[in-house]
Design a protein around this ligand. Structure first.
Ligand code: SAM
Length: 1012
């Protein structure tokens, strides 16, 4: 038996969820996102807390442990105050904003009226994005502490406090006073996190702790492990992930000198590319303007139509300047002529409402006769589109889908004399349809590209890889006939990116520079491809029109119209963005490998597997890899420059399970006996993790704890609102012995463990700031069951691995699943809603379910999954008759009055026949168990009372008639239930209960005074 780690006993779930939320909301200013796109990144604060929680031993004083743990993370009250540095005043934001944003969003006194907090945050982020490093520092130095004193700060909830705080990763760490307390409790001598990690690691493992992640993706886990002083190991099958992780450890963590050198070289490369583009003269016009955006669209000539129809779901270009495109017929030509014009406010509204749109609901619309439409699918023809060849850079004449440029946004800086007589620079924008000179420049771009295309493909400055058809990659193939990755880019995009790549690789280089240029070009590609939509909305870039990114979602969606950037428009993407942290020691490793093949030993494995996350990393990653595969091979000859689709773990079927068991067995084999693992995964349905638990069990691991952190949440709020997505963190150790287990012995053990786990969590819950919610308690019950189960190698003589892979009918459960569900039942029963302790014991399961469901509803829970989970716990198979609404994120229970309409009449009730009993029956036709329950009769009595204008007589009489002499034995229980229901109407969001609650109060009073 090894010393238990802090995380095996408790975890500060609520505070960590709030911190993770804050980190997520930071958007582009998150530490690692600047390196490049990856999907499913884990919050760094969660990684930090997880590793420290695995390294810190638990003492016999859990409260003190919690206090110290929070101090280490600067998440205690003192630490949060120390992080409360204040916000930048609105006036300073306005001062720093570019003129168009100033005009659009700021008034004389601050933000324009009517903006939401979220919009304000977005505007600030936009301004921040336009500033240089020095300007940012100047702006940052104007912060003012918004909360004047500590008492006011402490009175806020933790989530509210965080709005004013820096993230823990952006402060120096605990204060000297905090370190003294930490050291006293832990018996250490640390002054900073790396020293603490070193000491704790030595104590448990005899050396600096080695932390590994075999699914490292964007690198969050190895990066954070290295930053807090661990020796980090990260590997991933996908070379794009390998590159991002390598960059996080060696560029961000490479120290100031490395970062500055990379930045300088990148700027030189950019400047050289700029000289080349200027020399070609492809981005400036004769009026001295430079192009800022080229808007292009697809066009088709359907059968029976005399002209090509340019396609766009909307022709609005700029909401701010009310710019739209309109199309004219040209006599003798089958090409329409675009005109870019400014329209009136009322006309803009019409265009925003899709006036002139030539594509809607997958149908092409004739701009001159909206009654004529053609299905896009049918236009592709019965055999689909012609497949482009490698040499195709634009559609060939005769192809179904042609392309054209329809608008250019030009920009010019002019000097004006202001009212004070001073010269001021002003940016002037002009939106125009292309003229003959512009079209000639487009031809020149194509010619320039064709001249060097073969060379550039050979050298690896433009992609040459074919697209392998898959779930996401089939879309561009089918919808546009594109067969190679470079087809996803216009000639102008290929030329601009190609020049950058050529300049980046023409001089002396090293690994860091190769990686930086690969990251830079990948970022350009995400923001400059044929899949980058154009958004004219005011909320984006002040309404002058903005480019969307390719991966605005996890797909490769082709578009009908898009924006292409000039070189200057990709500068910020190409430039290396790095923080200001100290250099990491040179001992961290990032490699590309299949997790099945790893031979590295780590003390702690922290992994976030691709568990049912539906992201096809191997397909999407190729979009980037195609741009730098040839350079990568030179810098990392040992890496396979291929996403190796066949090895990628995905889905949740049998193959997936087998791969996962193999991988986790491999990791278990590569950790010391006292090592720990954490498996993280994010999934909306808490039930699926039981399945993962079985996989890990079969891999020779045993669960010791599980916690859910809300890492993805909408503005609705943390731990409360809808759409909260939890990341389950499962803590595991190696199973040393494979002892046999027997089901009849297991049940009581599970029962004890569940109760123990829930009691210890309840003891840590603070009334004013609940640490755990219902989902946490349910999860803890699963974890408790897994803790008991996974100690055994066999259960009733059956081998775990056999059970995991056994094929059984979908309605049949394994013994393992039954035990896990039983644990949930125990948890549900242990968690008695406050105020119902006296009545609880005598209630049936379905009655308990109804009341517990009301209890969670009164605390704001609306996710259907939670109501279904509860039902599983109480063994209620059909909850539909009890639900007023079963919306995924709007689930609610019936009120007593609501049941009348639902027709779930109490069985035996006189007018039951008159009501539609159909909905009160279970699938098999039998009456629903709730219909005959005492609670249902009580709810009916409330309804009777309410129908009689709150005269309690008919309700009381109904109960006496229904229960006869039994009424007297039940009376006290009825009173407590009525009192509980009477309080429901007071809860936030329970307005529907206001009347019925009042009625329940009146009926309770009547019952209290009732005499035989
Ligand atoms: C959920 S992501 C990890 C995200 C990461 N934790 C982060 O914060 O960015 C899962 C990763 O598993 C990788 N993967 C899939 N199959 C693999 C295999 N057989 N071996 C190694 N890595 C694999 C994918 O490429 C993907 O990057």
């Amino acid at each position: 038996m090894f010393m238990r780690a802090f995380i095996e006993t408790q975890f500060p779930i609520a505070r960590l969820s709030a911190e993770s939320y804050k980190e997520r909301k930071a958007g582009a200013s998150q530490t690692l996102t600047g390196l490049g796109k990856w999907w499913g990144r884990k919050p760094l604060i969660l990684v930090r807390a997880s590793i420290l929680g695995m390294l810190m031993p638990a003492s016999d004083n859990p409260k003190k442990d919690r206090e110290i743990f929070l101090k280490i993370l600067t998440m205690d009250d003192d630490g949060a105050w120390q992080r409360c540095k204040g916000e930048i005043p609105v006036a300073a934001w306005r001062e720093a904003a570019p003129p168009e944003i100033q005009d659009e969003f700021f008034g004389a006194r601050g933000f324009r009226q009517g903006l939401t907090e979220e919009e304000k945050e977005d505007i600030c982020a936009q301004i921040w994005g336009t500033l240089t490093e020095e300007e940012r520092q100047a702006l940052d130095s104007q912060r003012r502490r918004p909360v004047p004193d500590r008492a006011t700060f402490d009175a806020l909830t933790y989530a509210e406090r965080l709005r004013h705080c820096e993230r823990p990763e952006n402060v120096t760490g605990p204060t000297a006073a905090a370190w003294t307390e930490i050291n006293v409790h832990l018996g250490t001598f640390a002054n900073n996190l790396p020293e603490l990690v070193e000491e704790l690691g030595h104590r448990t493992f005899g050396h600096t702790p080695r932390v590994g992640d075999c699914f490292c993706g964007g690198g969050s886990i190895p990066f954070e492990a290295a930053r807090i002083g661990c020796q980090a190991f990260g590997s991933d099958l996908n070379p794009v992930a390998g590159l991002l992780t390598w960059a996080s450890l060696n560029l961000l963590g490479g120290g100031r000198e490395v970062r500055e050198n990379v930045r300088r070289v990148q700027e030189d490369v950019f400047a050289a590319a700029g000289r080349q583009i200027t020399e070609w003269g492809i981005e400036q016009n004769e009026r001295g303007e430079r192009a800022e955006a080229f808007l292009c669209c697809v066009e088709v000539k359907p059968e029976g139509c005399d002209y090509y129809i340019p396609l766009a779901p909307s022709w609005v270009i700029s909401e701010k300047y009310r710019i739209v495109t309109i199309w004219h017929k040209v006599p003798g030509s089958d090409w329409l002529q675009p005109e870019v014009i400014a329209v009136s406010k009322s006309d803009l509204e019409l265009y925003k409402a899709k006036k002139g749109a030539t594509v809607a609901d997958s149908r092409v619309i004739d701009p001159f006769d909206p009654n004529r439409t053609w299905s896009v699918e049918a236009l592709r023809g019965p055999d689909g589109l012609r497949r482009w060849t490698n040499e195709d850079l634009v559609p060939r004449p005769g192809d179904v889908f042609q392309e054209r440029l329809y608008c250019i946004r030009w920009v010019k800086t002019i000097t004006e004399i202001n009212s004070a007589g001073k010269p001021v620079e002003k940016i002037v924008r002009r939106y125009a349809a292309p003229d003959a000179a512009d079209l000639a420049r487009e031809d020149k771009v194509l010619e320039l590209l064709r001249e060097r295309f073969a060379d550039w493909q050979r050298e690896g400055f433009t992609p040459s890889k074919a697209i392998i058809s898959g779930y996401n990659t089939e879309q561009p193939i089918r919808e546009r006939g594109w067969t190679h990755w470079h087809h996803l880019f216009t000639p102008r995009q290929l030329l601009v990116h190609g020049v950058l790549m050529q300049k980046a690789h023409c001089g002396p280089s090293n690994k860091q520079l190769v990686v930086a240029s690969a990251l830079g070009i990948a970022s350009c590609c995400n923001w400059n491809s044929r899949l980058c939509g154009w958004t004219p909305q005011l909320a984006r870039s002040g309404g002058i029109g903005a480019f969307a990114q390719t991966f605005y979602n996890q797909a490769l969606n082709t578009l009908f119209n898009w924006g292409t950037r000039p070189l200057a428009g990709v500068h910020d993407f190409f430039a290396f963005k790095g923080g200001c942290m100290d250099a990491f020691p040179e001992r961290n490793i990032a490699i590309v490998a299949d997790a099945r093949d790893l031979r590295e030993t780590c003390d702690l494995w922290v992994t976030d597997p691709p568990y049912a996350d539906a992201v096809n990393y191997h397909e999407l990653g190729d979009f980037f890899l195609a741009w730098y595969d040839k350079q990568l091979v030179k810098a990392f000859p040992e890496w396979t420059p291929d996403a190796r689709a066949e090895l990628a773990v995905r889905g949740d079927g049998e193959d997936f399970r087998r791969s996962m068991v193999e991988i986790y067995r491999n990791l278990a084999d590569h950790m010391p006996d006292n090592g720990l693992q954490m498996v993280m995964f994010t999934h909306q349905d808490p039930a699926v993790w039981a399945d993962l638990g079985m996989i890990l069990w079969a891999a020779g691991l045993k669960a010791t704890a599980a916690w859910t952190i809300s890492t993805e949440t909408e503005a609705a709020g943390i731990k409360k609102g809808n759409y909260v997505q939890g990341t389950v963190c499962l803590v595991l150790r190696k199973r040393a012995a494979n002892d046999p287990g027997f089901l009849d012995e297991v049940y009581p053990l599970v029962e004890d463990e569940v109760k123990h786990q829930i009691e210890s969590m309840q003891a840590l819950d603070e009334d004013d700031e609940p640490n755990f919610n219902d989902a946490d308690y349910q999860l803890a019950a699963y974890a408790a069951a897994l803790k008991v189960l996974t100690q055994y190698g066999t259960l009733d003589g059956r081998d775990v691995e056999h059970e995991v892979f056994a094929v059984r009918p979908s309605n049949e459960k394994s013994d393992f699943e039954t035990v896990i569900e039983r644990a949930l039942g125990i948890a549900c029963d242990t968690l008695v809603p406050r105020g119902l302790d006296n009545a609880w014991r005598d209630l049936s399961l379905v009655e308990r379910y109804y009341l517990r469901a009301l209890d969670i509803e009164s605390r704001g829970e609306r996710r259907k999954g939670m109501y279904e989970e509860l039902a599983r716990g109480f063994g209620v198979t059909d909850i539909r008759p009890l639900l007023k609404s079963d919306k995924a994120n709007g689930t609610r229970m019936h009120t007593p009055s609501g049941f009348a309409a639902a027709g779930l009449a109490p069985v035996g009730e006189a007018d039951a026949d008159a009501l539609s009993v159909r909905r009160g029956r279970t699938a098999g036709g039998a009456a629903h168990p709730f219909a005959s329950s005492a609670l249902r009769h009580l709810l009916f009595a409330i309804r009777e009372t309410r129908t009689a204008d709150n005269n309690p007589e008919p309700g009381r009489q109904y109960l006496r008639d229904t229960f006869g002499q039994g009424y007297w034995g039940r009376r006290e229980r009825f009173i407590s239930l009525l009192e509980w229901l009477a309080a429901l109407g007071n809860a936030v969001g329970m307005n529907e209960w206001l009347n019925d609650s009042e009625t329940a109060r009146i009926l309770a009073g009547r019952l209290r005074n009732d005499q035989a």
